[in-house]
Design a protein around this ligand. Structure first.
Ligand code: TRP
Ligand code: SF4
Length: 334
């Protein structure tokens, strides 16, 4: 097997702004990883189009928002390379080559793809598009084009990494050792529940706190969060384990504060409104430095574009080298 220094390759579909679920689920981890590894972060606009082909405007607008999200939480463009998928034609080219190495039935059996297709019935009807069914192939191209060896993912993305590994092994066995086989780097970060107690935080569910939400929006959202419905009067004994306010205190408040929240709630000595206000402060204190950084970059859109173009140029150089190796191996080096 080919050996090399570990390279992190990760990406996001630009389909909206990022929320605190993304933050605790992956962004926070990325900020740490950029200090330890060569890190590439792809803005996967081509992949976003596989299920948003009818809404290019949404994808376009989300690209800038996502980059602002990344920069505002502390992704450092001097450490990590942020780039745009559609500006690297080698990815599309690799996708075509790799598509010979994976069967349609294998793609149809991919659990992640299967779940997503079921969720997108409205978009795809009875028959999914060729592009969407094949996005794992394109994602294998994303990873291998930049010699990614470590892909930080949550559980739901594991089948995509497995699919990529299979493609790499098949490629290498037919055409000779050319591609690096990546490994999933499972983040043990948990999935963050929504304000309404839903297992998932998501835009379509309307239960998310965005990194770009203002102080007032955070206030409104927390005021509407799900609490223990059994608490009607202030001295009713509460159950913090079913209250989303307590759940978020766990993420944003100190351990001592969390202890107080729980014991006072259970004893019936804590009012829900005061408890929410305390949480609003904690969240806003947490988000304020992120908001400040965002503002800095929002006021300097040219600088953001430059970061993206520099990152893309750097990434493309690597992709071109990979393409050269691939074409040579496939006897396409005319
Ligand atoms: N599929 C990923 C998601 O939905 C996004 C993505 C695109 C990605 N290309 C990638 C993730 C390459 C890791 C590596 O979040
Ligand atoms: Fe939830 Fe706090 Fe009210 Fe208890 S006091 S139910 S933890 S909001």
């Amino acid at each position: 097997m080919l050996e090399k220094k570990e390279t992190i390759l990760t990406g996001d579909r630009p389909t909206g702004k990022m929320h605190i679920g993304h933050y605790f689920g992956s962004l926070q981890n990325r900020v740490k990883l950029q200090n330890e590894y060569d890190t590439y972060i792809e803005v996967a606009d081509v992949q976003a189009l596989t299920d948003n082909f009818n809404n290019p405007q949404k994808v376009k607008e989300s690209v800038l928002q996502i980059v602002l999200d990344e920069l505002s939480v502390g992704i450092n463009p001097n450490k990590a390379t942020i780039f745009i998928q559609s500006m690297i034609p080698e990815i599309a080219e690799l996708t075509v080559f790799y598509s010979n190495l994976v069967t349609v039935s294998r793609l149809e059996r991919n659990p992640t793809v299967k779940t997503e297709i079921a969720q997108k019935r409205e978009l795809f009807g009875e028959s999914v598009t060729y592009g969407f069914l094949g996005y794992p192939v394109s994602q294998a191209a994303d990873i291998t084009a930049f010699n990614g060896t470590l892909v930080p993912v949550g559980e739901d993305q594991l089948p995509l990494i497995e699919q990529c590994r299979e493609i790499v092994r098949k490629f290498n066995s037919i055409y000779g050792e050319t591609l690096y086989e990546p490994e999933a780097k499972l983040s043990n970060n948990k999935r963050i529940k929504g304000l309404d107690g839903n297992e998932k935080m998501g835009k379509s569910l309307g239960n998310a706190i965005y990194l770009s939400d203002s102080e007032n929006i955070v206030k409104e959202k927390v005021m509407g969060a799900l609490t223990d419905p059994a608490r009607i009067r202030k001295d009713d004994k509460g159950h913090p384990e079913i209250c989303m306010v307590a759940y978020y205190h766990n993420l944003f408040s100190s351990q001592d504060e969390v202890k107080n929240v729980c014991s006072e709630c259970k004893a019936g000595t804590r009012g829900c409104v005061a408890c929410k206000k305390q949480l609003i402060n904690a969240i806003n204190n947490y988000l304020n430095p992120i908001r400040e950084k965002r503002k800095y970059y929002e006021e300097r859109e040219d600088e953001v574009k430059e970061i993206l173009m520099e990152g893309t140029n750097k990434a493309r150089k690597i992709a071109k080298q990979t393409m050269e190796r691939v074409k040579k191996a496939m006897m396409l080096d005319y």
